[in-house]
Design a protein around this ligand. Structure first.
Ligand code: PMP
Length: 498
């Protein structure tokens, strides 16, 4: 961990009193850049732009191969058919589809959403579905109705950057729990919940992405799904299951959502962003009956109703098109890209350093790559951009500044040739870095990185809070380093998929 990372252990919005930034936030001070600064609510101070957004401007330049963004690839979407549907919708029934609608979402779409969920084994009633503005808004609404400042959410290490942003904006702490190639490690979840509850922390829910994880690329093994559900029940903690990639698997394996077997203790989040188009901004929550009612109230206060035109467009699309075949087209397209990335990594990385590891996703958009001990993906990022390749540093996916040895590589958007070129450029940057280290040895901050990682794996302080990041020494931190690894090596068994 670099010195810069060390500072990040005090979570955004939580600078120790007396730091220059907190002085700038003191009431009445303001700044020349934003004279409203002293007037923002405390929760607004915890809102910071994600590392991905900051990268976006550079990464989207045409000369850069971006392995950074997670934009779905719409090249294979049948635009003519969708265009006809949209035209019909407005010319034929514009008075309904351009009107306000129900806060819970259009009843006919909620029925169709139940058909979509049935594909992965969920049996649900349309009454229990609440349509949202993407699953991002579902995360926001769920956090809004359940979490007070200072509450804790347990999440995988690493976790989805957009969810971490929501938790931070509600001043909710995040306790990370380590994963390996089979996803979240149940024993560590149990330990984390026990420690947090013994320390008197209010743990509200487990936030998990069990299938084709963003950013780790792994999936929770079937026996672990049962274990995780049992452990959460035992600790009286419910599960928020985020499943936007579940239908995008590259083989015949269907990953049964936790919700399919535990309807009373799981809030399930779905989305059309990856299986249709993100611009429609339609997602949903499937919630136990009582929660559904609160979610609708929260939705009405946030938006009155989710966008009705988008709901009608998706509804018509599901009714008139062979959407399952279209999902298979998407799967093939993403599989080809995943293969291009994995082949290039296997070809180039082992020769650079035997300890470079990466995950082997069975679906979804992402590979998680971990550099040898002592290396820092965040510090390497400017050099990568100079070499015209972009990735997201692992630190973006931790609430507490860890993850600097890792990076997320996404293969969803570039063509296979560009992916190969991107990995080639990345390999050049990593090689140069390892050469420098071999020549001059590790600099002192890097030595610190190793030591801190090891200490953290054993018993470093835990919860990174949106509001206050004073480390809580009573809690054992779980999940300093995701245990995901590739191939058989000294650190343990490799994934079965390789
Ligand atoms: N959850 C996860 C895990 C995601 O990867 C994303 C998008 N990248 C979302 C939620 C939000 O997606 P949307 O709002 O487009 O449904």
């Amino acid at each position: 961990m670099s010195a810069a990372d060390d500072n990040r252990l005090t979570a955004p919005g939580s600078d120790p009193a007396g730091s220059s930034e907190s002085a700038a936030l003191r009431p009445g001070t303001g700044s020349r850049l934003d004279r409203y600064l002293p007037r923002y609510a405390a929760r607004a101070h915890s809102m910071t732009s994600s590392e991905i957004r900051a990268l976006f401007a550079v990464a989207s330049r045409p000369e850069v191969v971006s392995l950074a963004g997670g934009m779905p690839n719409l090249a294979d979407l049948p635009l003519d058919a969708v265009g006809e549907l949209a035209a019909d919708l407005i010319a034929g029934s514009g008075r309904q589809s351009l009107q306000y609608g129900s806060g819970q979402g259009e009843p006919f779409l909620r029925e169709l959403i139940c058909d979509v969920m049935a594909v992965s084994g969920i049996s649900a009633h349309a009454d229990d579905v609440v349509v949202t503005v993407g699953s991002q808004q579902a995360l926001d609404l769920v956090t809004r109705i359940f979490c007070d400042p200072g509450d804790v959410v347990v999440a995988e290490a690493p976790s989805y950057v957009g969810a971490l942003g929501v938790f931070r904006s509600y001043q909710v702490g995040v306790a990370h729990v380590e994963m390996d190639d089979d996803g979240l490690i149940p024993e560590l979840l149990d330990q984390a919940l026990t420690a947090l509850q013994a320390a008197g922390r209010r743990v509200k829910f487990l936030y998990t992405i069990p299938t084709f994880h963003n950013p780790a690329g792994v999936s929770l093994a079937p026996d672990r799904r049962r274990e995780v559900a049992r452990i959460c029940r035992e600790h009286d903690v419910f599960v928020v299951e985020d499943d936007p990639y579940g239908l995008l698997g590259f083989d015949a394996t269907v990953h049964r959502p936790l919700r399919a077997d535990d309807p009373d203790n799981v809030l399930y989040l779905g989305s059309f962003s990856k299986t249709f188009a993100p611009g429609t901004r339609i997602g949903w929550v499937l919630a136990p009956h009582g929660v559904r009612e609160k979610l609708v109230l929260a939705q009405e206060s946030a938006t009155l109703c989710p966008p009705i035109l988008s709901q009608h467009l998706i509804g018509r699309y599901l009714q008139t098109q062979d959407w399952m075949s279209q999902i298979k087209v998407f799967r093939e397209m993403y599989r080809e890209r995943r293969d291009a990335m994995l082949d290039s990594l296997s070809e180039l990385m082992p020769a650079i350093h035997p300890d470079i590891r990466w995950t082997v996703p069975g679906g979804g958009f992402y590979v998680w790559l971990t550099l040898p001990a002592g290396m820092d993906a965040k510090a390497m990022q400017p050099r990568a951009l100079s070499a015209r390749v972009a990735y997201v540093s692992g630190t973006a996916f931790f609430a507490d500044g860890f993850g600097s040895r890792s990076m997320r590589l996404s293969y969803c958007h570039p063509t296979p040739d560009r992916i190969r070129e991107g990995v080639r450029r990345l390999a050049g940057v990593i090689r140069a870095e390892t050469d420098i280290r071999a020549l001059f040895g590790a600099s002192s901050p890097d030595v610190l990185t190793d030591r801190q990682d090891q200490r953290g794996a054993a018993a470093a302080p835990d919860v990174a809070e949106g509001e206050r990041a004073a480390p809580d020494p009573s809690v054992v931190r779980h999940g300093v380093r995701p245990g995901v690894r590739h191939g058989g090596d000294a650190d343990g068994p490799g994934p079965a998929t390789r």
